[in-house]
Design a protein around this ligand. Sequence first.
Ligand SMILES: Cc1cc2nc3c(=O)[nH]c(=O)nc-3n(C[C@H](O)[C@H](O)[C@H](O)COP(=O)(O)OP(=O)(O)OC[C@H]3O[C@@H](n4cnc5c(N)ncnc54)[C@H](O)[C@@H]3O)c2cc1C
Length: 383
Amino acid sequence: MLNRLRNEGYSAILLEHEALGRGQTMASQGMIHGGIKYTLSGALSGASEAIADMPEYWSRCLRGEGDVDLRGSSVLSEHFYLWSTNAPGSKLSAFFASHALRGRADKLAPADYPTALQHADFRGSVYRLVDIVLDTPDIVRRLADNARAHIYKIDWRQSRIARDKSSGEATLQIVDGDTTCSVRSRALIFAAGLGNEALLSALGAGKPSMQRRPLQQVMVKHPALPTFYGHCLGASTTPRLTISSHRLEDGCAVWYLGGELAEQGVETLPDQLIAQAKAELGKLFPWIDLGDAAWATLAIERAEPRQKNLVRPDQAYAGWVDTCPNVIAAWPVKLTLAPNLGQQVSTLLQARKILQPGSAREDIELPLPQPTIAATPWAEAFT
Ligand SMILES: Cc1cc2nc3c(=O)[nH]c(=O)nc-3n(C[C@H](O)[C@H](O)[C@H](O)COP(=O)(O)OP(=O)(O)OC[C@H]3O[C@@H](n4cnc5c(N)ncnc54)[C@H](O)[C@@H]3O)c2cc1C
């Protein structure tokens, strides 16, 4: 959003209180999905429609042809795979034969299977999706490099946000050691993930409210693990297991496991969840020996605008906060939808006519330190 708003001419700055990407972004599996995962119930839902164009959108940015320049950032994989151990003729086969896919998934011949599934004992079907996998830390670094001079670290132990009693407008009192500055802005955009809740409550704003959807991801580190990115489909409409692969600095591979395992494992003790994950990988990949692997789990919450019955929202959300006329609350809902969020915020700002045609941008410089880029959960768990 910072990149996009600056490209549009706004004197936008970003204030980070810990490290860039700390929380959900670094914990994400990096998949930029075109929504196939959400179409498994058979019909195209709002979610799959909203994100169908996202892989191509991100690819344009990676080629330097999009709204935001991401040239030079690494992509971990050009494809994500979808595999099933179900027999032919199952509901899944019917789904894949349906029109819902619209050329977004290709059935693979065994010779084209990813290495992890290339084994004589493998039984099932494998599809290749258009979804790409980003190297998330690298993307965050690239986005930060594009706007380094406009990113600051804020220390909330000293700083305050307050709402003016008569106008309702929010202002920031930033204090860092001996430095004090007061920042008034036409738009304060809360895009702080879980942190939005405390920021909104500091202003006494009840709406929009936030929901948390927890997960407990599992990580397994072993040098013999091949690079693999895939959803395994079971009987339900959410993937039974979602695997992404990441490298530690020593070159060792980590498989990062999400999907039903992580959704249903929220209340499970880490050791028990690790035992379940071992059993699951033993069933799905009996040919991979994980005998002396290192294991860890990550409990994490997804922060989203509140929905009825706490379901997953369909799109990114950005809206003015009703009690504070200069505050926008924003949640991308998915890493994939970050451009969708940028677009929504841009539309809200345009409607306020904050940018005057022909006027030069007046950048502010704050005497504040810069934040670092957050570490990944696998680096934190295994190094
Ligand atoms: C395990 C997991 C896997 C996921 N996998 C995928 C995936 O493969 N593909 C996908 O599209 N989406 C995925 N997601 C969702 C995606 O990660 C999130 O939707 C997205 O990263 C949210 O980004 P965000 O910037 O809103 O929040 P966050 O990434 O949580 O970042 C919030 C930032 O705000 C900062 N902050 C917090 N409070 C304050 C404050 N008061 N002041 C200043 N700064 C503050 C934090 O330090 C942090 O840098 C996944 C999520 C999880 C949890």
